[in-house]
Design a protein. Structure first.
Length: 313
């Protein structure tokens, strides 16, 4: 199966990759394996186990995507998801951190969206898992294969400003990536699970959040009421609940188009008359995951907002 090299985006291009190393795609490898098989590998999570977690995101979906008919859309996708982090017994004094994993092969519409697909393999991280139809997968901590002399590069780039050419700055053999790890996903599958072995395939990788995902957008909104007035319309801004009725009366009483800009609290909770155990459990899970993901400020703001609303009532 043939492949074509394409230039892709840098792995720090997105805000979510900069904020969460478990969702930071690093490198993609695709090559022939044993006769009749294809090997695909992706690495994520720079500095895994030191400055970043040594596990995969529990709500992330890591995917190998293949375009097999030259239409620039995926027809076959291998989707990998991971479960909660646990400890494996009998390996080291504190055990080994492991996660469950599941691989699905999706075709047709499922290849392009969602989490569905035929289960191809399931097991745990840190070991080779044999799946159906001859598929094998390993997911876990691995050495970073990159090598670069960062100090040498900086010195080499600075040399021309002083009128020098300094190739000797690389002779110390220093490797900035030495002793650094990543988390890797490596799969070997029969090539026929991708497509016709004699055909050309194009491949890429993605990582996305599914399940609980960050929501909402912080906007620096303009003065909508002022904009309406500048266009000759009726405009009013409502910043407090007791201002709403008067603003609406004035708007409905106006002979012509009207705009009422109502400021709301993004974090205000809409509570039902009676809470169920499932709702309480769901909120507790959300709070725990938010804190573990570094979103403690979001929970503080949520508490402040709803305490203010209770005080107002």
């Amino acid at each position: 199966m043939k492949g074509h090299l394409k230039l892709m985006s840098h792995h720090f291009d997105t805000a979510i990759a900069r904020e969460d190393p478990q969702l930071n795609l690093l490198d993609f490898y695709l090559f022939r394996g044993q006769p009749g098989t294809t090997v695909m590998a992706m690495t994520v999570n720079p500095n895994a186990g030191t400055q970043a977690p040594d596990t995969f995101h529990e709500e992330g979906m890591y995917a190998f995507r293949f375009d097999v008919n030259d239409d620039a859309h995926e027809e076959v996708t291998f989707k990998i998801r991971f479960g909660e982090v646990g400890q494996a017994e009998g390996e080291g004094p504190e055990g080994r951190r492991v996660q469950t994993l599941e691989v699905r092969r999706a075709t047709g519409r499922d290849a392009a969206e969602g989490t569905e697909g035929e289960v191809l393999a399931s097991g745990t991280t840190g070991r080779i898992v044999a799946g159906d139809a001859g598929a094998r997968i390993f997911a876990g901590l691995a050495p970073d294969l990159f090598a670069a002399n960062r100090t040498g590069i900086d010195a080499f780039r600075a040399a021309p400003a002083a009128g020098k050419f300094a190739p000797g700055v690389f002779h110390d053999g220093a490797n900035y990536f030495q002793n650094r790890n990543v988390t890797a996903i490596v799969m070997e599958v029969p090539t026929q699970l991708i497509g016709d072995p004699a055909a050309t395939a194009r491949a890429w990788i993605t990582v996305s959040l599914c399940g609980h995902a960050p929501y909402g957008t912080d906007l620096d909104n303009p003065d909508f009421a002022g904009m309406a007035k500048s266009a000759g319309l009726f405009g009013a801004t409502v910043a407090k609940a007791d201002e709403l009725e008067d603003a609406l009366r004035a708007a409905f009483g106006h002979d012509g188009p009207a705009l009422v800009d109502v400021h709301t609290a993004r974090q205000e909770l809409a509570l039902p008359p009676k809470l169920t155990c499932g709702q309480i459990k769901g909120f507790s899970l959300y709070a725990t995951r938010t804190i573990l993901s570094g979103g403690g400020e979001e929970l503080v703001e949520l508490a402040k907002t709803n305490l203010r609303e209770l005080a107002a009532e």
